[in-house]
Design a protein around this ligand. Structure first.
Ligand code: 5GP
Ligand code: ZN
Length: 120
């Protein structure tokens, strides 16, 4: 499958990893939007949140558990962080492999991401 994040999981595209177990991989985003910006992904290919099934729910729970651990490891658990999933075109999802952004290390602005074309 021609998927960037599957290639990162396989290791054919390098990444700067911060955590890995049999189900999940966490690595630094190549274009960080905050001092701490990592991506938490399942090793299993899932296109987006829309394709998450009941069978995948333990994986989603584990993503939250690993986010908590990674936030601690990267020193932002007390200062705070944001976990974001983009799903589909309106969200700006660019990579069609389920992933969660964990952002921290500085004040992160309020969520104002509605473009003018969507305002009434
Ligand atoms: P999305 O917009 O799909 O929610 O987020 C995709 C993220 O993947 C972006 O923040 C982008 O910077 C990151 N990204 C794209 N290509 C690569 C890559 O080759 N390596 C890493 N580490 N991150 C990437
Ligand atoms: Zn994939």
């Amino acid at each position: 499958m021609d998927c960037l994040f599957c290639k990162i999981v396989e290791g054919s595209i390098p990444s700067n990893k911060v955590f890995e177990n049999e189900n999940l991989l966490v690595f630094h985003d190549i274009v960080p939007a905050a001092p701490v910006h990592v991506l938490i992904i399942p090793k299993k290919h899932i296109d987006s949140m829309n394709e998450v099934t009941t069978e995948d729910l333990p994986l989603i729970a584990e993503i939250h558990q690993v986010a908590q651990q990674v936030a601690k490891d990267l020193g932002v658990n007390e200062s705070g962080y944001r976990l974001i999933n983009n799903c589909g075109p309106d969200s700006g999802q660019a990579v069609q492999h389920l992933h969660y952004h964990l952002l921290g290390g500085a004040k992160i602005g309020a969520l104002t991401g509605i473009s003018s074309s969507h305002q009434s």
